[in-house]
Design a protein around this ligand. Structure first.
Ligand code: NAP
Length: 284
């Protein structure tokens, strides 16, 4: 029977730790979150990020722009935030409204790399590529960083393991593959064009699934005693489901992340760590 990798517990521990560090600081670390449009899931993510800032004692700003916001309006906010001495981390909540999606690349490149807590600026992506994943002076993308932190907290060996990542997005799959490889895993990345995907997944000692399809992975695709990390967030009515059919697979893995309560809280914890890192970089 699987042991639960408790992301909520570890998030709370990380938040407590940051709170203690921030307590004695005169100038507080600051995060600005820019939300364009009224996507309900994005509104929840932004609320949770701001709430975490409040718990720690970070300064925070929410910039809520209408779905009709112009390019000039968006970039003038980003320019102000890039220069603000109160703000040490900036994130634009994705996805952008469809008609603005062409701006994503330009936004990522415009955000000051020292404030790029999502690690989307190509300068930070390059630094990540050139660094060891335990380098504490550079930004790593929040979700993969949270996964590695969770594995390490539970003293799960990564080195020498066979890791399969299902999903190759720039947000999760690709950086997770890169970071696990840096930790010594032998990594396979599977995606929509992969042949015999479930058979590939069933060979993983560490299986990370970031596909965005409710209950996509069943027990046949899970190796006995594997460590199973479910990144998926799929809303169905009022409930949230992962990409892994938790009840179906539960008897097989040695460890599993629940949804909710696994990777999601760790993403927030990593974001808060990145804001603190941005502060340290800028206050040097
Ligand atoms: P994404 O950009 O849509 O990428 C999905 C990936 O899954 C793509 O690489 C796609 O392959 C692959 N895929 C889709 N259908 C597939 C299929 N039938 N078989 C095999 N591969 C398939 O999604 P994302 O941003 O990585 O997010 C993935 C999930 O994680 C979503 O549910 C999202 O909400 C969630 N998420 C959670 C957190 C968290 O903190 N817990 C953070 C970020 C994202 P192709 O590239 O070939 O199209």
């Amino acid at each position: 029977m699987a042991k639960i990798l408790d992301g909520k517990f570890l998030r709370d521990k990380i938040i407590e730790n940051l709170k203690n560090k921030v307590n004695s600081l005169k100038i507080k670390p600051g995060l600005a979150v820019v939300l364009i449009g009224d996507n309900p899931a994005s509104q929840v993510y932004v609320k949770n990020k701001i709430l975490a800032c409040h718990k720690i004692g970070f300064y925070s700003e929410q910039i809520l722009l209408s779905v009709k916001a112009s390019k000039d309006e968006i970039f003038s906010h980003l320019e102000r935030l890039n220069k603000s001495t109160k703000i040490h981390g900036i994130l634009v909540q994705y996805p952008l409204p469809d008609y603005l999606s062409y701006l994503e690349k330009e936004i990522n490149e415009f955000i000051n790399p020292q404030k790029d807590v999502d690690c989307f600026n190509p300068i930070n992506v390059g630094k990540m590529f050139l660094s060891k994943s335990n380098d504490e002076k550079i930004f790593f993308p929040c979700t993969p960083k949270g996964i590695i932190t969770l594995l390490k907290h539970y003293q799960i060996d990564i080195s020498g393991k066979k890791a399969v990542i299902v999903g190759r997005s720039n947000l999760v799959g690709k950086p997770a593959a890169f970071m696990l490889c840096n930790e010594g895993a032998t990594v396979t990345v599977a995606h929509s064009k992969t042949k015999n995907l479930f058979e590939v997944a069933s060979q993983a000692d560490i299986l990370v699934v970031a596909v965005g399809k409710k209950n996509f992975i069943k027990k046949e695709a899970v190796k006995k005693d594997a460590v199973v990390i479910d990144v998926g967030i799929n809303r169905d009515g009022k409930n949230i489901y992962g990409d892994i059919d938790y009840n179906d697979v539960f008897e097989k893995p040695s460890y599993i992340t629940p949804v909710p309560g696994g990777v999601g809280p760790m993403t927030i914890a990593s974001l808060m760590e990145n804001v603190f890192l941005g502060y340290e970089i800028q206050m040097r």
